[in-house]
Design a protein around this ligand. Structure first.
Ligand code: PMP
Ligand code: GLN
Length: 381
């Protein structure tokens, strides 16, 4: 195999989901909901399949989805993007991230990335021949350390890869944090690639603020999201990028030779879904917040140190109060011991900061979370 993928190994999500299947464990590892999204959205996909929309979509995506994405950005955030030139549909946010890095970053460039980082970031930065410069969000509150952020930017930096709401810590970046990122980006003329797949999953009334809405940022930000988390169709892999035509074109320059175009019949269905009213998004947030609280309270009762997340599908704990200190060992032991799967933060870190931290997904029905908590009582025995 090539140097491009050297050391990347197998993604932790594949390892842990396979372990869950093999041991019959409850999978609080990989972040996918255990309840599908709305039937009416499925019906739209079936209609598309049945009405002959089964050949290649345009490279940028089907027009009604691009229009729906543009309308969503306008309605929720007041961001004006032209569906013709400033929106592109991708195969999940994953492809958008990969194509953005391949299309925007040169070998040897440095990319600032929040640590812990979503695992595909590191892999794609490496495949692009670029160098990651992690800035660590640390327990207990996982805020963005602004001095360290500034120190991470060097003359070789060309991009900041941002993620808010942040996987795995659950941090939702505040306006002052985003302003600090924006100031740096403007000062050093950097591109910001902003992964906002959890944009509709912020809790306790915290707003999601796209960094593209800050002064001077719309022209240098490629905003990435997908329908997976928002509409509970993670397996559909319908994602997108929005931003200035120059950045979207660069992303498409790579995407056209990765997948050419993305799956046609699911696109009109996600276009329909994006038209959901506020009640739909409020209901999603309320359900997920209730599940967060159920899981976090249960994990705290078990004796773990729990860091209650502000957003996403995930809660983080420190396992040391239970006498463990290595999250990877803990997660490899947990299925046998308790019949539950979780994800170690360690694999999302260069530094040691993630060693005692473990991530638990709460995008599961309350009864499943309750069952998992019951099983985890085995840790006390
Ligand atoms: N970014 C983050 C932060 C994620 O957690 C995920 C996981 N879904 C993705 C990107 C990938 O999104 P998609 O499934 O749309 O490719
Ligand atoms: N984004 C989800 C997570 O973080 C799923 C990741 C994946 O399977 N690649 O768990």
């Amino acid at each position: 195999s090539s140097a491009r993928i050297a050391g990347l190994g197998t993604t932790i999500f594949a390892e842990m989901s396979a372990l869950a299947a093999r041991t019959g464990s409850i999978n609080l590892g990989q972040g996918f909901p255990d309840t599908d999204g709305p039937d009416e959205v499925v019906d739209r996909a079936v209609d598309a399949l049945r009405s002959g929309r089964n050949q290649y979509a345009p490279g940028t995506g089907v027009p009604e989805l691009r229009a729906a994405i543009a309308a969503h950005q306008q309605r929720l955030y007041g961001l004006a993007v032209d569906p013709g030139e400033e929106v592109a549909v991708t195969t999940g946010a994953t492809e958008a991230i990969a194509a953005a890095l391949l299309g925007l970053v040169d070998p040897g460039d440095e990319v600032v990335v929040l640590e812990p980082y979503y695992d595909s970031y590191v892999a794609v930065i490496q495949m692009a021949g670029a160098v990651r410069r992690p800035v660590t969000l640390r327990a207990p509150d996982f805020r963005l350390p602004l001095d360290e952020l500034r120190a991470a930017v060097t003359p070789r930096t060309t991009a900041i890869l941002l993620n808010s709401p942040h996987n795995p810590t659950g941090t939702v970046l505040r306006r002052d944090e985003l302003e600090a990122v924006a100031a740096l980006a403007v000062e050093h003329d950097l591109v910001v690639i902003s992964d906002e797949v959890y944009e509709h999953l912020t809790f306790d009334g915290l707003p999601h603020i796209p960094i593209a809405t800050l002064p001077g940022m719309a022209e240098r930000t490629l905003t990435i999201s997908s329908g997976g988390k928002t509409f509970s169709f993670t397996g559909w892999k319908v994602g997108w990028a929005t931003g200035p035509a120059t950045l979207v074109r660069a992303m498409l320059g790579a995407k056209q030779f990765l997948t050419y175009t993305s799956g046609s019949p699911l696109q009109p269905a996600i276009a329909h879904a994006l038209g959901a009213d506020d009640a739909f998004f409020d209901d999603l947030t309320a359900r997920m917040q209730a599940q967060r609280d159920l899981l976090c309270e249960g994990l705290a009762e078990l004796g773990l140190d729990v860091f209650v997340p502000e957003g996403t599908y995930f809660a983080t704990t420190d396992i040391r109060p239970l006498g463990f200190d290595d999250g990877l060992e803990f997660c490899r032991m947990l299925p046998e011991r308790a019949g539950v799967v979780a994800i170690p933060h360690q694999v999302f870190h260069d530094s040691e900061a993630g060693r005692p931290l473990v991530r638990w997904a709460f995008c599961k029905r309350p009864e499943v979370i309750a069952d998992a908590l019951e099983r985890l009582q085995a840790l006390r025995r």
